[in-house]
Write a protein that binds this ligand. Structure first.
Ligand SMILES: [Zn+2]
Length: 579
């Protein structure tokens, strides 16, 4: 996913703490209402979702939503579980809950207790529930968790708000990623089947394969299935559907009725897809969908990828359609980031160490800048990385205790570490390996592991097979530490030696340790043209470089391609002393 980073400290905190001591018994005949009380000890989630079977009935205009779900869940701990802890969205009322074992026998349930609230995925707050089990569930054992929900009497919104907030409003009803799914501690992805019944005047967008679609008493009932372990998501609105095709690819846009559509949006998307297909291989998908979610006239650009389906706010498309250059760049940024997720998160399933988050989000930002370089030109790529570099310098993310090895998405400085510092780590790796080995290794990874469950060591092995570098050891300095580096230009002396000018540039490296750094020295002439010379730095301290240019330099720009994460960007430019 991609969200324009929010400034640190903008997290909203809800002070609603409530607890319910209501008897659930074997079956919940009546809707549960929250009551005020105190939160308990930190919540321990013990179960993970193996699969979802969901059936939603919705009518946005009437503010109606009901869901009936069967989840295969498994005890992921080493010990037997005597209760199940899960999250549900605060606007939903649980009307029924049963648990059965693998033989179909119902397990007696104790009271369903509200355990307060928990922050799940960034700053989204969910209710926490715990239900006691009449018999314990052994480690690794699977049970079927059947839950029925409906929208609380005051749960409908006047209009869509946040794209990740479960929404039932007259214009749209959607659940993206976390939304209305019962969760077990964090966003749980799993294969799913989803049945949605909705009014015929609306359109529905769901990731996965459409199994059937039929008309029932004036409504439409669609069934979708996904073998990919996504957090089951859907969006239903009075969409305007726009379809664009070239020889290989069809793009389906589900737009809010008032949204404009620019033909160039499709052209740009085709170009990005073509580049990725050539570089990373075709993945057997020919239809890509984009569904608008979130507020009408959103003030932020954000997207959530589920393979070939993307949920996006209307911001980037609106800016693009308005014809602004920055709007086109924003749109490119969003599309190139989300489309790469089709490969790096959609077609491989990460099953291990936390570094996959870096692969996912840092990787998507890195590839997005590279795609901009390839399609829009070198400066566009540098512009994308300039944004990453400045987010790193300004966000305090390098001072975090967490590193790329264990950082999670919080919406704060941690996201900057993951998305922005992470992207520049990829760039350093690319420079270290060289383009040929780097891209060949990545292409090998998708060719060999596409459609499979993968571990980070599989990626490392593919990159190492194409080079002599111990990639894992090389990455440690970036992923086990937050590299704190500041590059500066401390002097420039230029002499004219026809037909070129020769400049001696002193570069200072201050850092928490020695790094091998790939960057460049740029000499800018009086007209603003930049001539760059690649340099490699291997240690801290002062380093002298002799570079030549065809014009006398008016200034020196260090790291002009924006490849190096830095703590301070104020001292990267140098103006020569007046003669
Ligand atoms: Zn992303």
């Amino acid at each position: 996913m991609l969200t324009t980073p929010r400034q640190p400290g903008s997290r909203s905190t809800r002070i609603l703490v409530w607890l319910l001591a209501c008897c659930l018994g074997a079956a919940l005949g009546t809707a549960l209402e929250p009551a005020n009380s105190q939160a308990e000890a930190p919540v321990e989630y013990r179960f993970v979702v193996l699969s979802f079977e969901q059936s939603h009935v919705l009518d946005p205009a009437r503010g109606e939503f009901r869901s009936s779900q069967d989840l295969q869940i498994s005890n992921a701990t080493d010990t037997a579980a005597s209760s199940i802890v899960f999250n549900s969205h605060p606007s939903l009322v649980i009307t029924n809950l049963t648990v059965t074992d693998t033989t179909g026998a119902e397990i007696a349930l104790g009271p369903l207790r509200a355990r307060g609230e928990a922050t799940v995925f960034r700053d989204y707050v969910f209710d926490v529930w715990e239900v006691e089990l009449g018999t314990t569930v052994a480690s690794g054992e699977t049970v079927v968790f059947h839950i029925d929900y409906e929208l609380a009497a005051d749960g409908a919104l006047d209009a869509p708000r946040d794209m990740y907030e479960f929404t039932v409003s007259p214009q749209a009803c959607y659940s993206v990623y976390i939304g209305c799914n019962p969760l077990f501690g964090d966003a749980s992805g799993a294969p799913y089947q989803m049945t949605v019944r909705y009014p015929q005047s609306y359109l529905l967008c769901v990731p996965g394969d459409l199994v059937s679609s039929q008309s029932v008493e004036g409504d439409r009932v669609d069934i979708y299935r996904s073998q990919k372990p996504y957090g089951p998501s859907f969006a239903c609105a009075r969409y305007r559907k726009v379809v664009k095709s070239n020889e290989q690819i069809t793009l389906e846009y589900y737009l809010y009725p008032q949204e404009n559509f620019a033909e160039e949006m499709a052209e740009m998307t085709f170009e990005i897809l073509s580049l990725y297909t050539i570089r990373f291989g075709a993945r057997g998908t020919s239809v890509y969908r984009y569904a608008t979610v979130g507020p009408v006239n959103a003030t932020y650009s954000s997207g959530e990828n589920k393979g070939a389906t993307n949920f996006v706010t209307d911001f980037a498309a609106r800016e693009f359609a308005a014809g602004s250059a920055s709007g086109q760049l924003d749109y490119f940024r969003l599309m190139s980031h989300e489309l790469y997720h089709k490969w790096n998160l959609g077609d491989v399933t990460w099953v291990d160490s936390h570094l996959y988050e870096w692969f996912g989000e840092g990787g998507a930002n890195f590839v997005s800048a590279w795609a901009a370089e390839q399609i829009l030109g070198l400066e566009a790529g540098a512009e994308f990385r300039r944004q990453y570099r400045s987010n790193v310098a300004l966000s305090d993310c390098l001072q975090l205790e967490v590193t790329l090895e264990n950082v999670t998405k919080t919406g704060g400085a941690e996201d900057h570490l993951l998305y922005n510092y992470g992207a520049l780590v990829w760039e350093q790796l690319r420079q270290k390996l060289g383009d040929e080995a780097f891209w060949a290794g990545l292409a090998d990874f998708y060719a060999k592991h596409g459609g499979q469950s993968v571990r980070v060591v599989d990626l490392i092995a593919c990159l190492e097979a194409r080079s002599t570098l111990n990639v894992a050891a090389y990455l440690d300095q970036w992923t086990r530490h937050n590299a704190r580096i500041d590059l500066s230009v401390t002097s420039l002396e230029t002499v004219a030696e026809a037909p070129r000018w020769t400049s001696t540039v002193e570069v200072m490296v201050e850092a928490d340790r020695d790094y091998e750094l790939f960057t460049a020295i740029g000499l800018r002439d009086a007209n603003g043209s930049l001539e760059t010379t690649p340099i490699r730095l291997t240690s801290r301290g002062s380093h002298s470089f002799t570079v030549t240019s065809s014009e006398p330099p008016a200034s020196v720009v260090l790291d002009p391609h924006c490849w190096v994460p830095q703590t301070n960007l104020e001292n990267d430019e140098w103006l020569p002393k007046s003669p």
